[in-house]
Write a protein that binds this ligand. Sequence first.
Ligand code: PGA
Length: 250
Amino acid sequence: MKRIPMIAGNWKLHKTTQEALELVKKIHHGLPQPGEVDVVVAPPFTAIKTIADFLKKSYIAVAGQNLYWENTGAYTGEISAPILKEAGASYVIIGHSERRQYFGETNETVNKKIKAALDYVMPIVCVGETLAQREADQTQEVIQTQITESLANLSDANMRQIIIAYEPIWAIGTGKTATPAQAEEVHAFIRQTVADLYSPTIADQLRILYGGSVKPDNAHELLAKKNIDGALVGGASLQAELFIDIIKSI
Ligand code: PGA
């Protein structure tokens, strides 16, 4: 089956609302005609509404970078799925390695967050191994555990809403990209893992994005691979021209 490619920009902790608006205006202005590609930007929480309002007539969608698994309650500092949706987000990134590394995110919390998101926004679930794990030849084991535990107890209908991003930690923000062959190998493994856990049909429909130092000059080769359905872009998504060139390389 044909999977619609997706290019998502993860702005991390960059851009005030005003700066975010300037960036998204440039991206919107330079965007190719709507084609067979989904484009998503993930600004900081406080910019989501302004960006989503600006993008109402555009085909660019907005994502949150995180959420909490309860919808309301005494959870100071947290943001929930219904709040994200009301602000105009239609996606949310869950389990990014920076959340796992600095904020104690685990496969279990990722699983809870996915379940909380599903009625409101579509999860983009991140997995990936460290350099030490790759060098110890543990990549498949690590990814299999992350996928199995993060995606535990979801329905087939839930699985159709989910997007996975494979982001080798050693390639994030380092300028080191996985080679297209290395990435393709892990993407194929993720698809097979999901086929075993759910079904070959669900696995076939699943979009798996690659993330980790994606730039215009490596995007085309990565995206040409059979099991790579798009990119989750950090650094290069903060520069409109680079982000647009990555979209165009689809
Ligand atoms: P990078 O970040 O493109 O700057 O490597 C990717 C990500 O963290 O999603």
